[in-house]
Design a protein around this ligand. Structure first.
Ligand code: HEC
Ligand code: HEC
Length: 232
């Protein structure tokens, strides 16, 4: 990987300077965040290495942002071809073309400086739900808790991830109590076609009781199981 960075740096190839960081951040949250920690993007996936840790080190070692972007682009376009059940598996073709460059540029940007994103970048990838609401907890997560929407499709929340079952279907007819159990004890019952150990099992710790209540209420309402006068 060190060699790749040097080559890309030397020929100036890889990621173009005018990559779209806002689009890159949105795509990162959607396609990469379920497996990687990247603090500025607020993602907390654990299947792959923390990108903050991976690249703060390279920057200390003297790579510039362009060099890091080149390394990330190379990883996106050519992850090791491993079987999907291998622990080091990263799927190919998550993003392609200009969008792959945008994502690589954003990762390089995000790992090259301390602090938080501002302006348009701060809003990128965030839902329209009021901060702290059940919908926001689902779609955006919290400081401690990984966003449900990074793994689950739920049309009402505008999320489309497929690492876990689609909640448009899975939540049909579930009571608030059942939904709560699914969240705090994800492996008590494994959804067909999915594996145990993927969904975080510590939401009871990472979400406060208040947050958990708001989340369950939101899910019960959108799935029609909340008994809250929406009618049909
Ligand atoms: C399904 C989980 C998964 C997804 C989704 C995923 N990755 Fe990875 N990624 C991994 C794993 C596992 C590794 C470690 C691979 C290895 O050791 O060869 C990795 C490695 C990397 C590395 C190298 C880090 C290092 O320490 O050298 C980068 C960069 C990276 N991924 C970026 C991305 C980007 C950008 C995306 C989205 C386009 C993405 N990943 C999506 C699982 C994932
Ligand atoms: C890292 C990915 C990931 C995250 C984050 C995640 N889940 Fe899951 N979830 C899964 C997987 C995989 C399954 C299927 C395996 C299982 O049942 O444990 C699942 C199962 C479920 C089920 C049961 C579905 C069924 O078919 O019965 C519900 C409900 C659910 N998740 C809700 C949530 C909520 C709400 C959150 C956020 C608080 C969340 N999940 C966060 C991956 C995830």
């Amino acid at each position: 990987m060190v060699a790749a960075a040097l080559v890309l740096g030397a020929c100036g190839g890889g990621v173009s300077q005018d990559a779209d960081l806002v689009a890159g951040k949105e795509a990162f949250i959607e396609r990469c965040g379920s497996c990687h920690v990247l603090e500025r993007a607020g993602t907390q996936g654990k299947a792959g290495p923390s990108l903050d840790a991976a690249f703060s080190r390279s920057l200390i070692d003297g790579f510039n942002r362009q060099g890091v972007a080149g390394v990330v682009l190379e990883q996106i376009l050519n992850p090791a071809r491993l079987p999907p059940d291998h622990p080091a598996y990263m799927p190919p073709d998550l993003v392609t073309g200009q969008m792959a460059e945008n994502v690589a540029a954003y990762v390089a940007y995000a790992t090259s400086r301390p602090g938080e994103d501002e302006g348009l970048l701060a809003e990128a990838g965030q839902s329209d739900f009021p901060p702290g609401s059940g919908g926001a907890i689902f779609a955006d997560g919290t400081q401690q808790a990984q966003a449900c929407g990074q793994c689950h499709t739920l049309s009402e929340a505008g999320t489309q991830a497929t690492i876990g079952p689609s909640l448009d279907e899975a939540l049909q007819g579930e009571s608030p109590e059942e939904i709560r159990q699914d969240i705090v004890k994800p492996d008590a019952e494994i959804a067909q076609g999915f594996s145990a150990g993927v969904m975080p099992s510590n939401y009871e710790q990472t979400l406060s009781e208040e947050e958990l209540n708001r989340l369950v209420e939101f899910l019960a309402e959108v799935s029609g199981g909340g008994g809250g006068g929406q009618g049909g």
